[in-house]
Design a protein around this ligand. Structure first.
Ligand code: HEM
Length: 286
């Protein structure tokens, strides 16, 4: 028994007919089995009857899946950079950039929800907030935006807290790029020593190294390309943040956030975050 039915004849039974596709999955892995769609859909559990809660949950779920992919790609790029490889990580960072675009596009769907729609289910999720997204925090930590206070919401979950704690005190993707500058003789070792648990602040020696790269792109083409790719990532991160803020303002105005921050005020302040300070400053100094 192959599960393949013989075409009945005629144009619908030809080589391209759907009847020729595999049809018996009683003993082999189907699409839904492989992707564990039952489990995926089982996670979609609105707790009110509000129509828009489905949208709200779906957009969060989809965003978390993209964040998870971004973490994997960043980690893979980082282990290659650590080994001194500069070309292959570009592919992974490009994938990060494309996934960020998907994340940013998700606001377009969510914006179809009005404040009145949102209020129909807002009471149901209490203090839950994206602020507690371990996936998002991991992306921030890997990119270098670090504050140990951000670990606290995960204290009750060692499985989430452990990897976040580790990422907080390990090198960021930018730190690894700076190690490459050092390996090429462009940056003194002292410039690499900084408190890894905090976000980077502009360092004149690092800036001077990037200036050398940007002034002689032919010699340092791979480092220049890497720098521009990192800038793409930060550029897209800014767009996500800005669109989140706008969506929040049009949905809850200036009410406090469910996570306990001031809400739009907190998110507006986060817009001033700079991940790779010298890569922005190099433009001014060139
Ligand atoms: C209408 C929908 C949304 C509203 C009203 C909203 C509101 C907020 C507010 C007010 C905050 C500040 C923290 C707090 O809660 O006090 C926040 C943080 C956050 N939200 Fe949303 N949000 C929405 C949708 C989303 C979606 C779809 C995601 C996707 C994952 C998301 C991810 C986050 C993240 C990661 C943070 C932390 C940002 C940071 O710490 O810099 N939010 N949100």
């Amino acid at each position: 028994m192959t599960g393949r039915q013989e075409p009945a004849g005629g144009p619908q039974g030809g080589q391209d007919a759907p009847e020729r596709a595999h049809q018996d999955f009683s003993r082999s892995l189907s699409y839904g089995d492989y992707l564990r769609l039952d489990q995926l859909k089982a996670a979609h559990q609105p707790i009110t009857d509000a129509h828009d809660e489905h949208l709200f949950i779906a957009v969060h779920h989809v965003s978390e899946v993209w964040l998870d992919l971004i973490v994997r790609e960043l980690r893979a790029a980082m282990s290659l950079l650590e080994a001194g490889i500069t070309d292959a990580p570009l592919k992974m960072l490009t994938r990060v950039v494309r996934a960020q675009e998907q994340l940013t596009n998700a606001w377009e769907v969510l914006k179809t929800m009005t404040p009145a729609d949102y209020l129909q289910f807002r009471h149901a999720f209490g203090q839950a907030s994206g602020f507690q997204s371990a996936g998002y925090r991991m992306v921030e930590f890997l990119l270098g935006n670090r504050q140990d206070v951000m670990l606290r919401p995960h204290a009750h979950r060692p499985d989430l807290h452990g990897p976040l704690q580790e990422a907080l005190s390990g090198p960021s993707v930018y730190d690894l790029a700076l190690r490459l500058l050092h390996a090429r003789g462009l940056l003194p070792a002292g410039a690499l020593e900084r408190d890894l648990t905090r976000k980077p602040v502009l360092n004149e020696e690092v800036l001077a190294a990037w200036l050398t790269v940007y002034r002689d792109t032919e010699t340092y083409w791979d480092l220049y390309e890497l720098a521009e790719k990192l800038l793409d990532v930060e550029d897209n991160f800014r767009r996500w943040r800005f669109n989140h803020l706008t969506t929040v303002e049009r949905t809850i105005g200036f009410k406090a956030g469910s996570g306990g921050t001031s809400g739009a005020g907190y998110l507006r302040q986060a817009l001033s975050t700079v991940l790779f300070p010298e890569l922005w400053e190099v433009r001014t100094r060139l």
